[in-house]
Design a protein around this ligand. Structure first.
Ligand SMILES: Nc1nc2c(c(=O)[nH]1)N[C@H]1C(S)=C(S)[C@@H](COP(=O)(O)O)O[C@H]1N2
Ligand SMILES: [Mo]
Length: 389
């Protein structure tokens, strides 16, 4: 096909495409777009801030040590993160619907105006695609569905910055429109049109139902309404099970009667069987497992203080501890207890949950439980602790 024929074909296609005027719904007003857009922006900002916090909380060696109190902080911020992302899904759909005809706006003819128009379209393309990807990958993650091979955490974190950056550009470009939509004269809708109020009411209701049905499993009182939550069912001791021992490939090694925990501190090595761990001074702590997926559940854990175990190898107080699991491979098979966590009296190598022997799926023979820590770092089936210089 020659160049002119391609241009001709394109022109014909463009001629047949609808124009914004072909969309006749009176319900699409700048006022609606601005209201839904503002709340969508709030959801994205909240999700971004709590997301950065969650990312930092999972760094093995954060620049500033994160506090171990309040014990519920991560639980709340991650619950809010997933709730804000979930609420954003219906908001984004309504927002896109409200501006959809703009997609068919014909580019202006003047060169400068055309360039600006193109720049705006590109920035919106980046915003819409990064925002949609964030919501889709986040939802899939909270449903424990990973239909991809890339690292979820790194991708979700990087895309968060892209979405936030393009959102700021978008707000800056649209500020005059947003201002006049909020402050300007009311557009009186056609009497036959669905009112803005009705659309907004349905939008808020959809956002509310989405949040409560899928992301409220950690909230006492409304937990039973969380019918779509992946982990609303309880497991032994009232705490759901994330990955089972069979799925982690540790069913045999974790039940081996010759199991012994190895503690390494410099040249000193100590080996402790489960019976020897049980013979040490025991402590209990009521602490939540707060998963990045948004669910959380509190348990009363019993076991040996990490600081008591560190004392056995003469570890200096405040030293960090590397934790290893019987599990081979997998993102959660090892973790690190920063110095302030290892020294905390509520940081425990748990042997029991709710007064019962720890179940195999909850990490038997022993697991980490420590305050204000992402669930992914509460390593199960621990077989080695090593003091880090
Ligand atoms: N060895 C190991 N530890 C692990 C995991 C894992 O897959 N392997 N999953 C982690 C995650 S993501 C969470 S949320 C908690 C869940 O603990 P639970 O199954 O006892 O509720 O365990 C953490 N510890
Ligand atoms: Mo998790």
């Amino acid at each position: 096909m020659s160049g002119t024929r391609v241009t001709d074909a394109l022109t014909r296609l463009l001629d047949r495409a609808p124009t914004p005027e072909d969309f006749t719904s009176d319900a699409r007003t700048p006022q609606l777009t601005a209201r839904v857009g503002t709340w969508l922006g709030v959801c994205f900002l909240v999700a971004f801030l709590t997301g950065v916090w969650s990312h930092v909380a999972q760094l093995p060696n954060p620049l500033v040590p994160l506090p171990t109190r309040p014990i519920w902080l991560y639980r709340v911020t991650q619950g809010v993160h997933v709730a804000a992302g979930t609420a954003a899904v219906p908001l984004l759909l309504v927002k896109l619907w409200s501006v959809f005809p703009q997609l068919f706006r014909r580019p202006p003819t003047a060169t400068r105006a055309r360039l600006l128009d193109a720049a705006e379209r590109v920035s919106i393309l980046v915003l819409v695609s990064s925002a949609s990807l964030q919501l889709v990958t986040g939802l899939a993650n909270s449903a424990q569905w990973y239909p991809w091979s890339f690292s979820f955490r790194a991708t979700h974190f990087a895309l968060g910055w892209v979405a936030m950056g393009s959102l700021l550009v978008h707000i800056a470009v649209k500020l005059p429109v947003i201002r006049s939509a909020w402050l300007g004269p009311e557009v009186v809708p056609d009497p036959g049109a669905v009112s803005r109020r009705s659309i907004l009411r349905v939008t808020w209701a959809a956002a509310g139902i989405a949040v409560v049905s899928s992301a409220a499993s950690g909230v006492p009182g409304v937990r039973h309404l969380s019918v779509l939550a992946t982990r609303s069912g309880t497991g032994p001791g009232g705490v759901p099970i994330n990955k089972t021992a069979v799925a982690a490939g540790v069913a045999t090694t974790a039940t081996d009667p010759t199991f012994a925990l190895t503690i390494v501190g410099g040249r000193t090595q100590v080996h402790l069987t489960r019976a020897e761990l049980e013979a040490m001074p025991q402590t209990t702590a009521t602490l939540p497992i707060a998963c990045v997926e948004g669910w959380s559940a509190t348990g009363t854990w019993g076991g040996v203080r990490i600081s008591d175990l560190m004392a056995l190898v003469d570890a200096p107080t405040g030293a960090a501890v590397l934790v290893e699991s019987l599990q081979r491979g997998g993102a959660s098979s090892r973790s690190r207890l920063p110095g302030n966590v290892a020294a905390d009296p509520q940081a425990i190598l748990a042997l029991t949950l709710a007064g019962e022997r720890l179940s195999l799926d909850h990490g038997y023979p022993c697991r980490i439980i420590a305050p204000n820590r992402p669930g992914a770092l509460q390593t199960k089936w621990v077989n080695r602790l090593e003091v880090q210089a």
